[in-house]
Design a protein around this ligand. Structure first.
Ligand code: F0G
Length: 447
């Protein structure tokens, strides 16, 4: 088989700045050993998130020039609406400035204290929007999904038996049910078509609408094509259309598989709910034909949604994440297996067994990655979740179409250095923390 190459050539470049070790030591100390507090210009390779960091294509930039900025009835909205409807098939498409705005509108309309929403795993903002109403966010991912070493092909699946039992025990308490594809909080793991269908049946039997968190739907479609029997000869578009045919609506952050730098939507089949959502939208986001976005954004997103389903793009995308995962595993670094769609999750506690949980082994890895190579990842462990944390992970999220294979080789080389030096690293202690979401602003220092 010939090498899977980047299926694009580069037309416009953005320089990245190399710093030396002494400079990085000063910069990290000034940032209080918290990578969120670094200036982006001081980072060489930024793997903090795949959200809003995609490179747009020449076609997307071209579409930007024809954006219609009319307040109402914009031509760009209709292009956007038909691009979304072609893939997702829902009757109503309500644009929002990003994914969490769609979540906020849906949760605000349907939830209150005493109610609950089941999901495989709620992403942080989804959980926060559910909990903000006083309702409970219930995670029902399968046992394989919780086991970092399991090689199950669909570790994002919801546990259907648990879901049915939960729905039976909570009749009347769940106004809607969700499924996140891919499952970001569970390691970017995919959900099978069978699981989507069975989830739909369970929600239907319970008489509640089924809403998909669709952020990384194209990556999920590719995993179905390559891993689930019966889908090898279907196109990613056909697979996506089938996935959403089982649902009643979706929340979407177009900053991921919309290939945009900003954008989102709430899509619904219910006329009644859509009407209520549009009324809130006017209060919080804007008129229903732009919803917090410029016409030019809507144009670029319409093109991005088409490009993200291109087979050579998806083959390259999933292969590049796997390439990083394989490189790290060869060194001996423990990762959540198999590689996810958008990121590799590295086990900081395995790399630094000498650092106790209270001294944030995964945050120590975030800091070492920066000191050694100017690379920025994000801690998903005790610093983020406190005592509730199950694992001490660092997420290395790959922005779409941004870094080349040479960049990934460099990341692997930096890990080789970290592996060789792993016994010399000590932990961190907090010197300042906020009451909520402390990882964003916390100050730390080496122990
Ligand atoms: N749902 C999932 C599964 C997500 O990963 C995100 C964002 C959202 C909803 C919210 O979308 O940012 O447009 O408001 N995830 C980003 C990340 C922030 O880094 O994983 P948003």
């Amino acid at each position: 088989m010939p090498e899977i190459i980047e299926p694009f050539r580069i037309k416009s470049v953005e320089p990245i700045r190399k710093t030396d070790r002494a400079e990085r030591e000063r910069l990290l100390a000034e940032a209080h050993w918290n990578a969120f507090l670094l200036e982006a210009d001081d980072v060489l390779i930024d793997l903090l998130t795949d959200s809003g960091t995609s490179a747009m294509s020449a076609q997307q930039w071209g579409a930007i020039m024809v954006g219609d900025e009319s307040y109402a009835g914009s031509r760009s909205f209709h292009r956007f609406e038909s691009a979304v409807q072609k893939i997702f098939g829902f009757k109503h498409v309500i644009p929002t400035h990003q994914g969490r705005a769609a979540e906020k509108i849906l949760c605000g309309l349907m939830l209150e204290s005493g109610l609950a929403v089941p999901n495989n795993n709620h992403f942080d903002t989804t959980r926060a929007n559910v909990e903000f109403t006083g309702a409970e966010a219930v995670d029902l991912v399968t046992e394989e999904g919780k086991d970092p070493d399991s090689l199950h092909p669909f570790k994002g699946n919801i546990d259907i038996e648990k879901l049915k039992a939960w729905l039976a025990a909570n009749r009347g308490n769940a106004p809607f049910g969700m499924l996140t594809i891919t499952n970001n909080a569970g390691g970017g793991q995919p959900v099978s078509m069978k699981n989507i269908r069975e989830t739909s049946e369970a929600y239907k039997a319970a008489g509640i609408p089924f809403i998909i968190d669709a952020c990384r739907f194209a990556e999920n479609a590719w995993f179905i094509k390559t891993r689930e029997p019966g889908y090898a000869n279907k196109t990613p578009l056909e697979i996506a259309q089938e996935m959403f045919s089982y649902a009643d609506g979706a929340t979407m952050s177009l900053k991921k598989d919309g290939m945009g730098n900003i954008g989102g939507f709430l899509a619904l089949n219910s006329d009644e709910l859509a009407e209520k959502a549009r009324s809130v939208l006017i209060l919080t986001e804007g008129f229903p034909t732009y919803g917090g976005l410029a016409g030019r954004d809507l144009e670029a997103l319409a093109v991005g949604l088409e490009e993200v389903l291109d087979e050579s793009y998806l083959e390259y995308r999933i292969a590049s994440v796997k390439y990083l995962a394989d490189g790290l595993q060869k060194i001996g670094v423990r990762i959540v297996q198999p590689a996810g769609g958008h990121a590799v999750f590295v086990d900081g506690a395995h790399l630094y067994p000498q650092i106790p949980k209270e001294q944030f082994p995964a945050q120590a890895l975030v800091c070492q990655l920066y000191l050694e190579g100017g690379i920025r990842g994000v801690e998903i462990g005790s610093l983020m979740f406190g005592d509730k944390s199950q694992n001490e992970l660092v997420r290395l999220a790959l922005p779409r179409r941004v870094y080349t294979q040479a960049h990934v080789n460099y990341i692997i080389e930096v890990f080789e250095e970290l592996w060789a030096e792993r016994t010399n690293v000590s932990g961190l202690r907090l010197t300042k923390e906020a009451a909520v979401l402390r990882h964003f602003t916390a100050h730390l220092e080496p122990v």
